[in-house]
Design a protein around this ligand. Structure first.
Ligand code: CP
Length: 337
């Protein structure tokens, strides 16, 4: 894959060596993300961050990652604050905003909308989530985290055993992660969901065609016994016709410390793309797991910075210049990683 100048829209663009390249660059971003060093390699560059759906992690970490490389961020959040609310097309919006930016990160509720926008953009566009289709940068940070967690256990990604739990129909993070796992060998995937929220058939077929061993189940406890990773997901309420319909599924699969202790192998890693739904009716990942050292959810969010910095450095072709524009930080860094 030619990273320089490319859009990042789908996991389908990546080969295994491309993923390894992203991870290699992400590793090099650690001193900057950890505030040990400061770089100004993107001094003068502008990120256009356009988020037409709610977001905390993706929106803020794209922006902070760009800032950490020395660039500036201009944001649009929500349709109501954009001229799209006056009927402007994605084409016109893309032509205009790509004249103001060097790279754009975008989230939009419709499947395929980010690709449509990118086709009209004059600068690279990174998909921050398009409807229930894909969330490629989340999948990359998830796999980077899986690699890190397994390395700490003396393992690599090949032969991974993972259970994905929850709303697999509408969850774009699991769609992208499943596609990404197709690049690895000997992977076993247990898909745990209500029947109505099963993983789309084309993605299951793609995994099987790639040689992955895939099983589907609607029973949580039996499905998490022999896996390295439990990857929990939220019921994607915003994709349902009504809140009442989402209520039918919310709280159906709950992982808490008691279930973990009884059913999981020791050191099973617990992941979630976040946000987790902490309301009493949901709690798919209970807060009583917060002190469990195998809970990797905040290592995932930290790793999002490294991976998004790496993608900016690759797409804007500055990887080899990052260290040349660096210096030590001026301030006392109390942060502990
Ligand atoms: N994981 C994720 O996409 O989180 P946000 O919706 O907060 O961006």
């Amino acid at each position: 894959m030619q990273f320089a100048g490319s859009h990042i829209l789908s996991i389908a663009q990546f080969q295994r060596h491309d993923v390894e390249r992203v991870f290699q660059v992400a590793d090099r971003m650690r001193p900057y993300a950890h505030r040990e060093r400061v770089t100004k390699v993107l001094d003068g560059a502008i990120l256009g961050a356009m988020f037409f759906e709610p977001s905390t992690r993706t929106r803020v970490s794209f922006g902070a990652a760009f800032n950490l490389l020395g660039g500036e961020v201009r944001e649009t959040t929500g349709f109501e604050m954009s001229a799209i609310a006056k009927g402007e097309s994605l084409y016109d919006t893309a032509r205009v905003l790509s004249g103001y930016s060097d790279v754009i990160a975008m989230r939009h509720p419709q499947e395929g909308s980010v690709a449509e926008f990118a086709a009209a953009s004059r600068v690279p566009v990174l998909n921050g989530g398009d409807g229930s289709n894909e969330h490629p940068t989340q999948a990359l940070l998830d796999l980077y985290t899986i690699r890190q967690e397994l390395a700490a256990r003396g393992r690599g990604i090949d032969q991974l055993r993972i259970a994905m739990v929850g709303d697999l129909r509408y969850g774009r993070t699991v769609h992208s992660l499943c596609k990404l796992l197709c690049l690895f060998d000997g992977v076993q995937v247990m898909l745990v969901s209500p029947l109505e929220l099963r993983m789309p058939e084309d993605i299951v077929e793609q995994m099987r065609a790639a040689g992955l061993q895939v099983e589907e189940s609607d029973a949580l406890e039996a499905s998490i016994r022999h896996v390295d990773i439990v990857y929990s997901t939220r019921i994607q309420e915003e994709r349902f016709a009504s809140r009442q319909e989402a209520d039918l599924y919310r709280g159906r699969f709950r992982l808490n410390q008691a279930i973990y202790t009884e059913h999981c192998e020791p050191n099973t890693v617990i992941m979630h793309p976040l946000p987790r739904d902490s309301r009493a009716t949901a709690r798919e990942l209970d807060e009583d797991l917060n002190d469990n050292p195998n809970l990797a959810i905040f290592r995932q969010t930290d790793n999002g910075m490294l991976v998004r910095m790496a993608l900016f450095a690759l797409v804007l072709d500055v990887v080899e210049q990052v260290d040349r524009h660096a210096r030590d930080v001026n301030w006392y860094t109390a942060r502990r990683f």
